[in-house]
Design a protein around this ligand. Structure first.
Ligand code: SF4
Length: 72
């Protein structure tokens, strides 16, 4: 089963880091990012993007479990 990704556009500050790290998963829409698709294949790149977001705006879930961002 795939993961689910959301971008909290209220938190996103448009740094573009996620879209640079994982352009297949995120794109800038004006000054905010959005997920290209809410369902994503599990993978390190998605977790890296969530970890790298300075606004903690990206959340990745695997069913009921939050897998990203990873705890420090
Ligand atoms: S890394 Fe975070 S703050 Fe930067 S564009 Fe992506 S979601 Fe927005």
């Amino acid at each position: 089963m795939g993961w689910h990704v959301t971008v909290d556009r209220g938190r996103c500050m448009g740094s573009g880091i996620c879209a640079a790290l994982a352009p297949e998963l995120f794109e800038l829409d004006g000054e905010r990012s959005r997920a290209r698709s809410p369902e994503i294949p599990p993978g390190e790149t998605a977790l890296d993007a969530a970890d790298s977001c300075p606004a903690l705006a990206i959340t990745i879930t695997d069913g009921a479990e939050t897998v990203g961002p990873r705890p420090d």
